[in-house]
Design a protein. Structure first.
Length: 115
């Protein structure tokens, strides 16, 4: 479960991706995918998790050993970022454009442009 891996309450994940809790739970119990913008947003969060995991995997820092990228991402998306005008990355994840902006920011972190 993504919310558990990221240590974000499931209700918050549903708000981030713009899907009502009841809808998400109904789809999950029926083993169906969430369609539309909510589904795209969920895929976007998974994409960001992949980027975070890649950053850790490619790191040569000793701290990268055993680093929990999912937990870090869950905390990071909830913190206001100066490069986003003080907005939280989570506030941008309900659109493909917002996911792309956040993905670029993660790429900047990876390249060392932002610490």
């Amino acid at each position: 479960d993504l919310s558990k891996r990221m240590e974000i309450p499931s209700t918050r994940i549903f708000r981030i991706i713009g899907v009502p809790k009841a809808t998400a739970e109904k789809k999950a119990s029926a083993k169906e995918m969430v369609a539309g913008r909510g589904g795209q947003a969920a895929i976007g969060v998974l994409r960001l998790l992949g980027i975070a995991q890649e950053i850790v995997r490619d790191s040569t820092a000793t701290e990268a050993q055993g680093f929990d990228a999912a937990k870090w991402l869950g905390q990071w998306i909830e913190r206001p970022q100066p490069s986003l005008g003080g907005r939280k990355p989570a506030d941008l994840l309900d659109t493909p454009t917002g996911v792309e902006i956040v993905a670029r920011l993660l790429g900047s972190i990876q390249s060392g442009a932002f610490q």
